[in-house]
Unconditional design. Structure first.
Length: 424
């Protein structure tokens, strides 16, 4: 028999949550086949079989937290031949001791009857039972508002104060083997039902990190707007040829990524982080691209964006987005970014203040493109495709002058896209 253990996940991850079992107990598995999916703070990881055999002794259920090194199941090598031995032994024991079996059957029957009697008792919290005893109230007469029939202290208090004495009809007990529901409907007020949904491990991590970013950094946001006319004209002229040569579409993200790299080179404090009383100025340009995945926001990283062509950036962003949608992102895809771009415009956002992706000290927010009247000079007005852009930054090491100049540089580069080719 071979134990299935939680392997080393990553340097910064010591535990995970069981998302789902991909195999059932008793299934035949082969070496390398995925057995269970774990949800960690950053990505989902599959644990695969290290031996051929039969999966046995599953010890954890979906929703359980497991740590590195925990034994979560077993694999019996040889499968049916080994598992058949205990059955044969049991059969021999049956023949050898029929009287003992009969006695055990009677005991089991009595235990089952006791269990049935116990199941008729109202389900109540210890505090509710104590309060009911003190007030001399029969719990079976208390109307529980919990949909599963659980009696709580507030139900007992309401009953004692002369509330509804209608006996609650508890919901049938779920089977012991059934996993815990991810959500439940709570009817505190029957006319205003609510639903409680347990946050996933990743959503909890996102919430924690966003709050930490706001509590730790002196975060400010500055805004500007970009006239997208020139970029739209370049895309209109080049899109067919670009796709024919590279197999990917010429999108907006490659322009913005190139512009960000150019601006970071002029303002290195925005491509940095704080460690203790030191600024760590990064001489590389690994740009995180925020992607809204099913489980929550993730920020995969485009490595060495300064060395990539427009086509290289578009391909890498496309690959990372596809991996995010199919839940195939690795920890390596998410670690080590130096600056982040988030595009709320794809969801229709007109203006926002993005939150820093700690420990980074800058994040650029893109927004939806809208046609607006723009003053070309004192005499002329034209309708132009305009986009608001926002830079959130950590004021501890980035001054307002730098932040505004950084955003102005991005605006200038985007409004003259040919200049992006000259940025070295």
């Amino acid at each position: 028999m071979f134990d299935v253990k939680v392997p080393e996940l990553a340097e910064s991850i010591s535990e995970g949550t069981v998302a789902q079992w991909l195999k059932k107990e008793g299934d035949t598995v082969v070496k390398g086949e995925d057995l269970v999916e774990l949800e960690t703070d950053k990505v989902n990881i599959e644990i695969s079989a290290e031996r051929d055999g039969v999966l046995k002794n599953i010890k954890v259920e979906p929703g359980d937290t497991v740590a590195v090194g925990d034994i979560i199941a077993s694999i019996i090598e040889g499968g049916a031949s080994e598992s058949a031995e205990p059955a044969a032994e049991e059969k021999t024991e049956e023949k050898a001791a029929p009287t003992q079996q009969k006695q055990e059957s009677v005991v089991e029957k009595d235990a089952a009857e006791e269990e049935v009697k116990a199941s008729d008792r109202p389900i109540a919290s210890p505090a509710a039972r104590k309060l009911a005893r003190e007030k001399g109230i029969d719990l079976s007469e208390v109307n529980a508002r919990d949909p599963l029939g659980r009696v709580r202290t507030e139900d007992v208090k309401r009953h004692a104060e002369g509330g509804s004495t209608e006996k609650a009809v508890p919901a049938s007990k779920p089977a012991a083997s059934a996993s815990k529901p991810a959500a439940s409907v709570e009817e505190v007020n029957p006319e205003k039902p609510v639903e409680r949904v347990k946050m996933s491990r990743r959503r909890q991590t996102i919430a924690k990190r966003l709050v930490e970013a706001q509590q730790t950094a002196a975060m400010l946001t500055t805004f500007n707007e970009v006239d997208m006319t020139a970029i739209n004209e370049v895309r209109a002229r080049r899109k067919d040829k670009f796709y024919e040569q590279n197999g990917v579409k010429l999108g907006y993200m490659s322009f913005f990524t190139k512009a960000v790299v150019g601006a970071l080179k002029k303002f290195p404090a925005i491509n940095a982080e704080i460690q203790g009383d030191e600024m760590v100025l990064k001489k590389f340009y690994d740009i995180g691209i925020a992607v809204g995945a099913e489980e929550g926001l993730v920020v995969p990283v485009v490595r060495n964006a300064d060395r990539l062509s427009f086509a290289g950036i578009e391909k890498e962003i496309g690959n990372l987005a596809e991996k995010a949608r199919s839940k195939k992102l690795s920890l390596e895809d998410l670690q080590g970014g130096s600056f982040t771009i988030t595009n709320g415009g794809i969801f229709g956002s007109m203006l926002s203040t993005p939150i820093l992706n700690a420990p980074q000290v800058g994040i650029l927010g893109m927004h939806t493109i809208q046609w607006r009247p723009v003053a070309i000079d004192k005499e002329r007005m034209e309708n132009r495709p305009m986009m608001y852009i926002a830079l959130s930054y950590d004021h501890r090491i980035v001054d307002g002058k730098e932040a505004v100049s950084f955003l102005t540089t991005i605006k200038s580069l985007l409004e003259d896209p040919e200049s992006l080719l000259l940025e070295g």
